[in-house]
Design a protein around this ligand. Structure first.
Ligand SMILES: NC(=O)N[C@@H](O)C(=O)O
Ligand code: NI
Length: 180
């Protein structure tokens, strides 16, 4: 038995309880480089805790197909984690509220081209989930010697399907399981 979730386009308001969206929207904070570049300054709450430091890694994730099964969410008690697509493809973002130390019902979003995300420290989230190949991402997170991963396996997995808004926004064109 599974439980279904409908993925929505990623918006700042909906994602605010879980993290930040990295995107060039609104008025730039600074115009730099002799007017040839707009800087959207300091747009994420980075946090690497005590004893950790910031690191940038490159993830090459295998793309998934709709519908996407979510059996696991995790969190990083020691720091934030940012996913920045290096290809500009849409990707799936799954988060969940914390309910006394365990995740509540997850929410799913599809990040549009030009959107990156930063999970706030301790936010329950699905693992990196590309929808298109190559699933190349720059990941900014905590580098440290102490454990920084807590996993939660759901007794009943969730199945994520793209919502109408994702389809109409052209965000859900990934393949479907079982289709060639
Ligand atoms: N474990 C790891 O490096 N990646 C996960 O934290 C993830 O969110 O994908
Ligand atoms: Ni993570």
């Amino acid at each position: 038995m599974t439980r279904s979730i409908v993925a929505q386009p990623l918006t700042a308001d909906a994602f605010a309880p879980f993290g930040d969206i990295l995107e060039a929207t609104g008025t730039p904070d600074k115009i730099i480089n002799r007017g040839f570049c707009a800087r959207f300054h300091d747009r994420a709450q980075l946090d690497f805790g005590s004893g950790g430091r910031a690191g940038i890694s490159v993830f090459r994730g295998a793309p998934v197909a709709w519908p996407v099964e979510v059996a696991l969410v995790e969190r990083h008690p020691g720091g934030s984690q940012a996913f920045v697509s290096m290809t500009g493809h849409p990707f799936l973002v799954v988060v969940a509220p914390d309910e006394d130390g365990t995740p509540g019902t997850p929410r799913a979003f599809v990040a549009a081209p030009g959107q990156g995300i930063n999970f706030h420290r301790g936010t329950w989230h699905g693992v990196l989930t590309p929808l298109h190949a190559p699933g190349l991402f720059a990941v900014v997170d905590r580098i440290g010697d102490t454990p920084n991963l807590e996993e939660h396996w759901f007794d009943t997995p969730f199945v994520v399907e793209p919502g109408e808004d994702c389809a109409s926004a052209g965000l859900a064109q990934a393949s479907r399981q079982g289709e060639n």
